[in-house]
Design a protein around this ligand. Sequence first.
Ligand SMILES: [Zn+2]
Length: 228
Amino acid sequence: MGEKRIQAKSEVLKEQLVKTSRLLHRIGYVAGSEGNISVRISENFILVKAADATSRMIGPADFVRVDIASVASGELAPKPSSELPLHQAIYTARKDIKAIIHSHPGHTITASSFLDCLRMVEPSKKISEVPVIRGYKPGSIDLANAVASQFENTDVKAVILERHGLVTTGDTLEEAFDLTQVIEKNACEWETLHIHEMINSIAKHVEGIERELLSLRKPKHRPQKQRR
Ligand SMILES: [Zn+2]
């Protein structure tokens, strides 16, 4: 693709990135400058969010063009997100992926503390479960490689990062956004079920204690009086 066509396509994609970033902020999946999104412009280039850009006020100038294979992004202006290696590793592992959203939805983060895999309460053709990976520092190459290795399985469309957030992918930003919402909704339903299970288990435990206490209160067998 020639430079002119890349430029023209970039302008259109930047508008979509702006809309999606603001929407992610509006529904509370990111706050301040956290989270990051990207799209593939061509086989070798992506547009990714700048490190310090606040999603609430983000504009087209807050997205930077990066070579998927480049490791030297320090010279770029604006400075790309600290999770750039994660985006690059996923696009390298999967040529079919055109958009990535990394956000911090609350219910998904809560569920990640308890699960190795979030199974959809309402599984669909698009997604039935999402793996949780744990033990990696945000922004690290190790995290990028661990997430990318999950995506080597072409059935994987999203990955949850333990106590951190969610990474979703798609053919378009809309698709990745919809997936983010579906997963967060399922995580919310899982959380509700989990709380109910915990309450039931505590109630049963309390019932057991009550039974034990009642049995202790029962009068002991009294010896019968001797008849004269
Ligand atoms: Zn994050």
